[in-house]
Design a protein around this ligand. Structure first.
Ligand SMILES: Nc1ncnc2c1ncn2[C@@H]1O[C@H](COP(=O)(O)OP(=O)(O)O)[C@@H](O)[C@H]1O
Ligand SMILES: [Mg+2]
Length: 266
């Protein structure tokens, strides 16, 4: 196993990364400062970016760090759902057994949010992930669902997260009302070129390896291949480590990166 070869306690580039092990990239810091503001003002926020740029991980970290005495995280990842399925999924994410009819579900969702806020003094923090899959109909419903006391009161935090396509959808006139209600927006870009080395070294270090495994040209090649997207970097670097360990090489240079790239056909 490559982990043994490089003295690693676990693969630091796996998708099961714990929130506290995430690399503190500039992107993550920028997003966190916006989420901190959203925590104060409440209402709706938007996090968009290419697949694999780190949206879900960042939101997992954000919700894990919330004080459970004040906030109640609820996560729902959309697929190509109908409006009814969306309502049902949302009700379940709020811990409710969904009612059958759409009108009853609408009332159920609003009442659950209000009860959580008014009776239990908890702010629900609802993350709707993969929001780019939502139809215009669902987007319109989201605006109606999250309208409390004639839009004068925010007993919730709603975070919409999804691929860049959501920005195109929200730019449509029909979605103006929702777009105008976004208190914060952040577009995640992934890592910048000068962060790749720190990213790899800090994750390796946390997993117990303190050696300089990569050559400077190796890092250049990793950035050129992945454009700084963490998921692509992780797949590429894991393959590099497997190849290097197989050849008993302690340094990953650009040759190994290109070999790994070919294997993955990125
Ligand atoms: N800040 C980070 N530090 C370490 N690994 C990260 C970080 N952000 C993302 N990753 C890695 O990249 C993968 C993809 O991130 P994810 O949040 O699922 O992307 P997205 O939701 O934007 O598609 C994760 O499984 C994780 O392994
Ligand atoms: Mg995601």
């Amino acid at each position: 196993m490559f982990t043994q070869f490089f003295g690693l306690k676990y693969n630091p580039f796996s998708k099961e990364i714990a929130p506290e092990h995430l690399f503190a990239s500039r992107d993550l810091a920028e997003l966190e400062s916006r989420l901190k503001y959203l925590k104060q003002v409440r209402g709706i926020g938007l996090v968009s970016g290419e697949p694999g740029c780190g949206k879900t991980c960042a939101l997992r970290k954000f919700t894990a760090e919330l004080n459970p005495a004040h906030f109640r995280p609820c996560y729902f990842a959309l697929s190509t759902v109908t409006a009814l399925e969306f309502y049902q999924g949302l009700a379940r994410a709020l811990g409710e057994e969904p009612k059958h009819k759409k009108v009853s579900l609408f009332a159920q969702i609003q009442e659950t949010i209000l009860a959580m806020h008014n009776e239990r003094h908890l702010v629900p923090v609802i993350v709707l992930d993969e929001i780019h899959l939502a139809s215009n109909h669902v987007l319109e419903d989201i605006r109606l669902l999250f309208n409390f006391r004639m839009d004068s009161h925010n007993p919730f935090i709603l975070i919409l997260a999804g691929q860049s396509l959501i920005r195109t959808k929200l730019a449509l006139n029909a979605n103006n009302p929702l777009r105008q209600r976004l208190a914060v927006k952040y577009f995640m870009r992934g890592l910048e070129k000068d962060e790749i080395r720190d990213y790899c070294l800090s994750l390796l270090k946390k997993a117990g390896c303190h050696e300089e495994i990569f050559s400077p040209q190796g890092f250049e090649a990793i950035y050129a291949t992945t454009n700084g997207l963490p998921r692509l970097i992780n797949n590429l670097v894991t393959t590099c480590l497997i190849l290097a360990a197989g050849e008993k090489k302690t340094v990953v240079d650009q040759e190994i990166v290109y070999q790994a790239q070919k294997e993955l056909e990125i």
